[in-house]
Design a protein around this ligand. Structure first.
Ligand code: ADP
Length: 499
């Protein structure tokens, strides 16, 4: 069995650090790659060795497969961990890594290929009796036929890009009269974002909840699941608050979803860590959406409730070791909540914000985990995902984890950029979230920027500015310039509050 002694992490930021920490605990040496924009990044400083692979744009650095493999050759690297994003779900990359005699810490290129296409994934699981949302089983080639199918399943329907990801390439169609227009948009969006214009139709599940199952499979055919994560609080179909376990699953549904997820993984000969995503309706019926063939952003909540280090397991699996955790050994203990701290302005339609972290002080204490890649004084580069950190809290119960989250958010001091923290505090305080009665429509249904007022400390010095910013943006069409002006007005609000 090959032993991994040196890992190159083909990623940046919090996830690169998170992977390197586990590697260090296992006595494995680490190599960081970085772009010119990330010279001083924490992952570069943390690694045993670090190599610059190109200029700031990802296409010239973090996505440069050949340059990355060259670094591996020069530094005697045994294995590559791709993290999430970048090359993590690129079947071709995993193939050339193997061809170069290196270990790819992730599934086979074939599994990535199948699950990378929502339609191929549906076809692969067809024999396993997995519940699926009613819709078209293949790409739409004939519009009249597609309209007839839509009429049969009933509006609203969703047009989805087969190659879609990250919430992109999806269009809700409320009625037949809008069908053609939305279809044109979906196809052109899919083409420009993914280079593949194939789209299909799904019934739009109303009041849907997003519940996903973590799976682990070894190279010997054993596949287990590590229960669910609920990720229903989303903006633009993108997750912002996650938790484990879900507030609504019964043990029976959990068991059935876990089994379905293991079957999905089996359908594509899966090994490594993966996530099977489901949508759950208001009757608790669940339907398979897609499988993500990589470590997920929100994996820490699963680690906290199961006590399993997922990165460690990924490394063992990549070495060819059989899983030592058995399904029956796993229990859910306690509750974990994660909020994503993005450099975005919740008062301005979650527009990404740029700037320098003038103040940056992490919360601490019992039950608080912060996975981040920044320090005070560092700039948030505009080239990459604007996530600053993941803030995760853990408690005996859901209520305790939520209370800890509110405490941790209040301790977090960030100034210089707007962040999603005030929005996340609003979520934690909201009755719908606290009672567990919410769905993916949470933001649309309950959130307007003036709500940030109610969610913050009444002593907050600059509360008025939030409202002013909202009023301003609601009088004029929101532009990026407006966002930056608002940023400057409010830039110290967190500092003032704690100062
Ligand atoms: P992506 O690959 O872009 O993340 P997904 O298929 O995973 O796309 O869907 C992302 C989100 O979009 C889901 O979490 C859910 O909020 C919403 N969604 C997807 N499919 C449906 C559906 N059929 N009905 C209602 N909402 C859906």
């Amino acid at each position: 069995m090959p032993e991994i002694r040196k890992i190159l992490v083909a990623n940046r930021g919090e996830i690169a650090l998170r992977i390197m920490r586990t590697a260090r605990e296992m006595g494995i040496k680490t190599v960081a790659i970085y772009s010119e924009a990330d010279r001083n990044a924490l992952h570069v400083r943390y690694a045993d060795e670090a190599v610059c692979v190109g200029p700031a744009p990802s296409s010239e650095s973090y996505l440069k497969a050949d340059a990355i493999i060259d670094v591996c050759r020069q530094l005697n690297v045994d294995a590559i961990h791709p993290g999430y994003g970048f090359l993590s779900e690129n079947a071709n990359f995993s193939r050339i890594v193997r061809e170069a005699g290196l270990i790819f810490i992730g599934p086979s290129p074939e599994s990535i290929e199948i699950m990378g296409s929502k339609l191929a994934a549906k076809a692969a699981v067809a024999h396993y009796n997995i519940p699926m949302v009613p819709g078209t089983p293949s790409a739409i080639t004939n519009r009249d036929e597609a309209k007839a199918i839509s009429a049969r399943i009933g509006y609203p329907i969703l047009i989805k890009a087969s190659a879609g990801g990250g919430g992109k390439g999806m269009r809700v169609v409320e009625r037949e009269a809008d069908f053609d227009e939305q279809m044109d948009r979906a196809v052109s969006e899919a083409l420009s974002a993914f280079g593949d214009g194939s789209v299909f139709i799904e019934k739009y599940v109303t009041s849907p909840r997003h519940v996903e199952i973590q799976v682990l499979g070894d190279q010997h055919g054993t596949i287990i699941h590590l229960f669910e994560r609920e990720c229903s609080v989303q903006r633009r179909h993108q997750k912002v608050v996650e938790e484990a376990p879900s507030a609504i699953l019964t043990p029976e549904i959990r068991e059935a979803m876990g089994q379905a997820a293991v079957d999905v993984a089996r359908a594509c000969g899966y090994y490594g860590a993966g996530t099977v995503e489901f949508i759950v309706d208001d009757q608790l019926n669940f339907y398979f959406l897609e499988m993500n063939t990589r470590l997920q952003v929100e994996h820490p909540v699963t680690e906290l409730i199961t006590g399993v280090d997922l990165v460690k397991q990924m490394i063992y699996i990549a070495e060819g070791k059989p899983l030592t955790i058995r399904q029956d050994d796993l229990r859910i203990k306690g509750h974990a909540v994660e909020v994503r701290v993005y450099a975005e302005d919740p008062a301005n339609n979650f527009l990404p914000d740029v700037g320098t972290l003038e103040t940056y002080v992490r919360p601490q204490g019992n039950g608080v985990r912060v996975d981040d890649g920044f320090e005070q004084g560092m700039a948030i580069p505009i080239y990459y995902d604007p996530m600053i950190a993941k803030l995760i809290t853990y408690g005996d119960s859901r209520a305790e984890a939520i209370q800890k989250m509110i405490r941790a958010i209040d301790e977090y001091q960030i100034s210089g950029v707007q962040t999603t923290l005030p929005f996340c505090r609003f979520v934690m305080e909201h009755d719908a979230f606290r009672s567990g009665q919410f769905d993916t429509g949470f933001v649309t249904k309950y959130f307007t920027p003036d709500k940030l007022l109610a969610a913050t400390d009444p002593n907050e010095a600059e509360l008025g500015a939030i409202l002013a910013a909202w009023l301003l943006n609601n009088q004029k069409p929101a532009t990026h310039t407006t966002g930056i002006e608002v940023t400057r007005q409010r830039s110290n609000w967190k500092t003032n509050r704690l100062g």
